[in-house]
Ligand binder design. Structure first.
Ligand SMILES: NC(=O)c1ccc[n+]([C@@H]2O[C@H](COP(=O)([O-])OP(=O)(O)OC[C@H]3O[C@@H](n4cnc5c(N)ncnc54)[C@H](OP(=O)(O)O)[C@@H]3O)[C@@H](O)[C@H]2O)c1
Length: 217
């Protein structure tokens, strides 16, 4: 019996990168997966790729922030990274309550543990997710819903503001214990584990996937 058989996985922001790798892995592990992102073309491309691999996955368009006309980087960052996470959790919880169980994995960042130059608000929003993970874990435990968080390190060069600074990049890469940047798949297996019965006694935790980069005790 596959590890996640009988489970439904809703993976948001998942048409490329870490989200896509997580969706693929959860499907390979037996879950029924729904992917989504802002653009129909990206959803279609990702579905085509996954279907060609023999995976039965469905997809929809879902912009997790929605309010299009925000101007401030701070508002946008918090709207997408924190508020949308909370609101999406509220939407999915009733379905989990109906099933009598559930597992939610938020995607944080090592930037939530320590600051990085030029992406301050992003880091603060990810720090908020560390707290949100614990609050939700406490609130949802009575419904048999576990809530954990994944904190990736340098997986893809997602922040051009940060990685266009050559000297910063070299110093960061030198500080990675495993001496390589990560792959989206390095994150995917951890999410599958957190969703599985092997993690039945784990909630309110954040697991860093950062090649040993030191960001907390
Ligand atoms: N990559 C890293 O090194 C790294 C390190 C630490 C933490 N993280 C965290 O890991 C997560 C994924 O990062 P990634 O590098 O895999 O990202 P990515 O490769 O840029 O992929 C982002 C995905 O999210 C979708 N998306 C973006 N904004 C969205 C929105 N408002 N609503 C719905 N979907 C949206 C994109 O598709 P559309 O454009 O079609 O919407 C795409 O599928 C993020 O939370 C990031 O903060 C990444």
């Amino acid at each position: 019996m596959p590890l996640l058989s009988g489970k439904v996985a809703v993976v948001t922001a998942s048409t490329q990168g870490i989200g896509l790798a997580i969706a693929r892995r959860l499907a390979l592990d037996g879950a029924q997966v729904v992917i989504s992102s802002r653009k129909q073309a990206n959803v279609d491309r990702a579905l085509e790729e996954l279907h060609a691999e023999g995976l039965t996955i469905s997809g929809i368009v879902c912009h997790v922030g929605k309010r299009e006309d925000r101007e401030e980087a701070w508002d946008k960052t918090f709207e997408v990274n924190v508020k949308a996470v909370f609101l999406l959790t509220k939407l999915v919880v009733p379905h989990m309550e109906q099933r009598g169980r559930g597992s939610i994995v938020l995607v944080g960042s090592i930037a939530g543990y320590r600051p990085f130059p030029t992406i301050g608000p992003y880091g603060v929003s990810k720090t908020a997710l560390l707290g949100l993970t614990k609050v939700l874990a406490d609130e949802l435990a009575p419904a048999n819903i576990r809530v954990n968080c994944l904190a990736p390190g340098l997986i893809t060069q997602f922040s051009s503001a940060l990685w266009s600074d050559d000297s910063f990049r070299r110093r960061f890469e030198a500080a990675i214990t495993l001496r390589r940047t990560g792959e989206p798949e390095d994150c995917a297996g951890v999410v599958s584990f957190l969703c599985s019965r092997d993690a039945a006694y784990i909630t309110g935790e954040t697991i860093t996937v950062a090649g040993g980069f030191h960001c907390r005790l």
